[in-house]
Ligand binder design. Structure first.
Ligand code: GRF
Length: 210
């Protein structure tokens, strides 16, 4: 029922301020950078932070920006409650930032083409089910890659397979541990995710208007 009317209710961002929902499951250091970047931005605002983890640090970060939060259950994802909350909050775009659940097709479909993710490696390598957090960096070292980096991509129904928007690279150095490499990649993420989201949204809006 909900999915059938979502497309007409999802915020028309060519007219209104673009309203982001950030989905995060843990620390939320990328979410922090995004909230800082769009604080008092004229066209884009972070309107909601969504998490599956009641203990996630990202909740405190959202509170410090007075941004609403929603802690969802596994049922909320499937029975339409999460989608309903997104629609009621006037969300126009979904930003995944360290979110460890698969987004149901109903939500991806409802936000057609307006769900974005960041992955801490150079996709299509080191992506797919189970490739998250430190596992990714372990895999890069195991494969003896000479470089790593981050990928920002659109989200479709398959893990880490949506259209790539931006990749930036860093070297893998002799003596790297997964933790050292993770920190180097995270620095790239912090430097690029918010500005990439901004360009992606504004470019998309201008195409819709012209
Ligand atoms: C980042 O490395 C991101 O690429 C991945 O999860 C991590 C989240 O880190 N999807 P944080 O919670 O933003 O600190």
């Amino acid at each position: 029922m909900i999915s059938s009317f979502t497309s007409s209710i999802v915020n028309d961002s060519s007219i209104n301020k673009n309203r982001l929902a950030i989905f995060a499951s843990g620390s939320g250091s990328n979410a922090q950078k995004i909230m800082e970047h769009f604080h008092r931005h004229k066209q884009i605002e972070v309107a909601l932070v969504v998490t599956n983890n009641p203990a996630a640090t990202v909740l405190g970060r959202a509170k410090s920006f007075s941004i609403s939060t929603y802690v969802h259950t596994a049922d909320d994802m499937q029975d339409g409650h999460l989608l309903k909350r997104l629609v009621e909050s006037g969300i126009s775009h979904i930003v995944l930032a360290g979110y460890l659940r698969k987004i149901p097709s109903k939500i991806i479909g409802g936000f057609g083409g307006k769900v974005i993710n960041i992955h801490p490696a150079l996709l299509p390598k080191h992506g797919g089910k189970g490739m998250f957090g430190i596992n990714v960096h372990r895999d890069v070292l195991k494969q003896r890659d000479k470089e790593s980096g981050m990928t920002i991509h659109l989200v479709n129904d398959n893990y880490d397979e949506g259209q790539i928007i931006l990749q930036t690279r860093c070297p893998v150095l002799p003596g790297d541990t997964p933790e050292k490499l993770a920190q180097r990649v995270l620095t790239l993420e912090h430097a690029n995710y918010a500005t990439c989201i901004e360009k992606w949204i504004l470019r998309r809006n201008s195409k819709m208007i012209s």
